[in-house]
Design a protein around this ligand. Sequence first.
Ligand SMILES: CC(C)(COP(=O)(O)OP(=O)(O)OC[C@H]1O[C@@H](n2cnc3c(N)ncnc32)[C@H](O)[C@@H]1OP(=O)(O)O)[C@@H](O)C(=O)NCCC(=O)NCCS
Length: 197
Amino acid sequence: MIVDTRRLWLRPVLPDDADLLVSLDADPLVMRYVSDGEPTSRAQIVDWTIPRARAEFAAHGTGIWTLIHKPTLEFAGWVALRRPRHGGRKRELELSYRVPRDLWGRGLATEASRAMLAAAFTAHPAERVFAGTAPSNTASRRVLEKIGMRTVAGAPDERADDVEYQILRHHWLLRDGTRRSGNPGGRHRLPDALHGS
Ligand SMILES: CC(C)(COP(=O)(O)OP(=O)(O)OC[C@H]1O[C@@H](n2cnc3c(N)ncnc32)[C@H](O)[C@@H]1OP(=O)(O)O)[C@@H](O)C(=O)NCCC(=O)NCCS
């Protein structure tokens, strides 16, 4: 499924994206709240991250979408909608995202995440979308708030490793269901160059 938003194309991650993902994760500021600044190894991205996302996409239509910035056709990070690894409740999906530092603050993570929420509740039968973030990751928390997600229980505990946000299907329908952003069920074709192999 290719998703088309105002400034982005979102397409399922490809093996050819490995260099882009490696360089994104080589920035200690990008990785600050993910791994205390540690880069992700190329082996992990090539042997685990991408194959797992592609297998998940083939089996369930979920996984990682590479973001392409339409005005420049440049890589703009990724957004993921994944089935939780722990199994969890059947109809829930986990949202996550990562954007290169030079593109921060332009609303791109919000735009991509909003489109993914629409996909979760229209192209998929999700009843709940959740996301975990470090309490001090203000940018990430702001993205989640802007797209209508709220902390799961009570006030977030600033000492916790992670604070969990969620949005339920019926909340999304009330909030955004009638003015869908993006084109989650879109059949838009990308220029061939963007498809890769
Ligand atoms: C989190 C991340 C994806 C946000 O991407 P982005 O494209 O810059 O996000 P947006 O521009 O859509 O929104 C960011 C919001 O946070 C705000 N923000 C950013 N840094 C902030 C800070 N230090 N304090 C307060 N607000 C901050 C921005 O002003 C913006 O809110 P606004 O629209 O109300 O002004 C990006 O910072 C990133 O890739 N971080 C590293 C990876 C990461 O932490 N991922 C999440 C792990 S759970």
